[in-house]
Design a protein around this ligand. Structure first.
Ligand code: GLU
Length: 567
């Protein structure tokens, strides 16, 4: 059975938009823009852009507001990756604000006393999984290089909202309302259930503790976070957590370092795609998939047709087989990034794809520079949180940034008004398998592997044409892959590409977004050998497209975001 992909897509997109949760933007003449997961964050970013701020300035202002209004997803108690393109000179920089494991971390930290991996929820709750937050140091590093407005000014919108109160969104209300763990953690419970009453959509919520934390960071820079009362509050919350307490000192927090890393970039047909390298696996998985798919003429296939989707799923399988074996913190394990992205290697991998039959589980390849004797990781799946934002300033500088506290509300611990992450559960719970070490095993000082995929695409003249990324845990690379192909190969506008149904393969079952018309092609995919699962696949794709007429923004209708432009 072959459906006409174009018709299929239009109907599905129509359903989402009519379902009506997101503002759709098509600011064809805009010259600056921000696309982000919450309208208040978009307004803060836009205010900064209006005041002459750079893309990095606006990203900082927006992320501080997200810390307040979307605490389930990201914030200053977590980490992020930021990819930046400078219009003048064309430099592409990537910044690593990934959390690090404290001194007490050991490879067996998520094993139970019987030696088997703990359940994800048992491991993620409380102090043990909290990594030293990286967001503030990373933003300060990016601001030092690409900021234009004074650092302190960028905190004003968030401080004001935290003091005066903000309107609770339906998404925050439902995430906080249903969380049973809050009952165990006094500060979190008091904030989200003041006087035992759950916060509800449209309630006005104030966060004076966060206002004073942000004020300290605004006045003192990163020292306001990594030293003094805020650092002590983090150390105390982790060390004395009601669940899984783990030793963490203020001195360790002070020692956190954000890093500038080389971005990963490869050609894809006429374009060049750049994304975040290790310790994220997302950029490599995206670029590997594209590198394999370059060997098939996707543009000639109907968008979202069975033949195209099958090829994309198979390429993703192969990319994930490599990811699970090779990608981890490059400061601790040799990651064969160059080999994984080499054209001949990807051509050889592409030959494993049979257009008429699924290969089932893919095996990892042997790229140049591959270390011997590693075991592949097979981890639990998770990820309801995380946030992606894209900003373009009027000089043409662009930011693509994904930030996270890992799962919804991270560790569920709060300190000094913000949620603390549980990023360390992104390490492999098993340190070894069949006697061989797993690259992504936990270690003191190490960064857990991520799948966050903040991406920028350039045309043949080196012009930046697309900034995109998403939350979604290990599915992020798949969400971004779908969107990039829809925009580049199928010429869909960014909003339509984002809204189009998701489908993902992480070298296991094929996951299809439930309640979309992709259900109609599921039987055909099954007959090619795919093991089909219907899932909500709740991406949170946000992006900006640069067209001949100006900027076009895209906000994922599955979440609460918007794209706002400046004419
Ligand atoms: N912690 C995940 C990562 O860094 C992101 C979680 C999510 O997207 O929900 O890959």
């Amino acid at each position: 059975m072959l459906l006409n992909g174009r018709t299929l897509f239009l109907i599905v997109a129509g359903t989402f938009v009519a379902g009506g949760c997101a503002a759709v933007s098509d600011h064809k003449l805009d010259r600056a823009m921000i696309a982000v997961a919450h309208p208040l964050a978009a307004e803060a970013g836009l205010e900064i852009l209006k005041a002459g701020g750079s893309a990095v300035d606006a990203a900082i202002a927006a992320e501080m507001v997200l810390t307040l209004v979307e605490p389930q997803s990201s914030g200053i108690g977590g980490g992020a990756f930021l990819v930046h393109h400078a219009a003048a000179g064309g430099a592409i920089d990537s910044y690593d604000g990934r959390e690090t494991a404290p001194k007490s971390a050991v490879p067996e930290m998520f094993l139970s006393s019987s030696g088997s991996p703990k359940s994800f929820s048992a491991a993620a709750l409380g102090g043990r999984a909290v990594g030293i937050p990286g967001l503030i140091r990373m933003l300060a590093l990016a601001h030092a290089e690409h900021g234009r407005l004074p650092w302190a000014l960028l905190f004003e919108p968030a401080i004001k909202l935290a003091r005066d109160g903000f309107r609770v969104s339906p998404r925050l209300a439902s995430a906080a309302g249903g969380d049973r763990d809050f009952e165990r953690i006094a500060e979190t419970r008091e904030y989200f259930r003041p006087g035992g009453k759950r916060i509800r959509a449209d309630d006005i919520l104030k966060n004076p503790a966060l206002a004073s934390t942000l004020d300290a960071v605004a006045q003192k820079g990163p020292a306001g976070f990594y030293e003094g009362p805020v650092a002590l509050a983090i150390a105390d919350a982790v060390s004395h957590a009601p669940a899984n307490p783990a030793p963490l000192s203020a001195i360790e927090i002070a020692g956190y370092e954000a890093k500038k890393r080389p971005p990963v970039c490869t050609p894809y047909r006429a374009w060049r795609v750049c994304s975040m390298g290790p310790p994220s696996s997302g950029g490599i998985a995206l670029l590997q998939s594209l590198g394999m798919l370059e060997n098939f003429d996707l543009a000639r296939m109907a968008p979202f047709s069975i033949e195209a989707i099958h090829l994309i799923l198979e390429a993703s399988r192969l990319a994930f087989a490599d990811r699970d074996l090779y990608v981890a913190d490059p400061d601790h394990v040799p990651v064969p990034t160059e080999g994984l992205l080499s054209r001949p290697y990807l051509q050889a991998r592409a030959q494993l794809i049979d257009p008429t039959r699924s290969m089932g589980q893919a095996l990892p390849g042997r790229p140049m520079g591959a270390p011997g004797d590693l075991a592949a990781e097979s981890g639990p799946e998770r990820g309801q949180s995380t946030t992606h934002l894209a900003v373009r300033d009027s000089d043409g500088n662009t930011v693509s940034m994904t930030a996270t506290v890992e799962r919804g509300f991270g560790s569920k611990l709060m300190a000094a008004g913000f949620i603390l992450n549980n990023e360390l559960t992104d390490f492999s719970f098993l340190p070894t398998e069949f006697g061989k070490p797993i690259a992504n095993r936990a270690l003191a000082g190490k960064r857990p592997r991520s799948t966050m995929t903040p991406t920028l695409v350039f045309d043949a003249d080196g012009k930046m044409i697309l900034a995109i990324g998403s939350p979604g845990g290990a599915r992020i690379a798949g969400y971004v892959l779908k969107t990039v192909i829809a925009v580049l190969d199928w010429k869909m506008d960014i909003q339509a590409a984002i809204a189009a149904p998701n489908f993902v393969n992480r070298n296991g079952p094929t996951e299809i977004e439930a309640a979309t018309l992709l259900a109609a092609i599921a039987p055909a995919l099954a007959s090619l050998g795919h093991d089909i699962r219907f899932r909500s696949l709740e991406s949170g794709l946000h992006g900006i497209e640069v067209t001949a007429k100006g900027l076009r923004g895209g906000a994922d209708p599955r979440r609460e975001g918007v794209a706002l432009g400046l004419p």
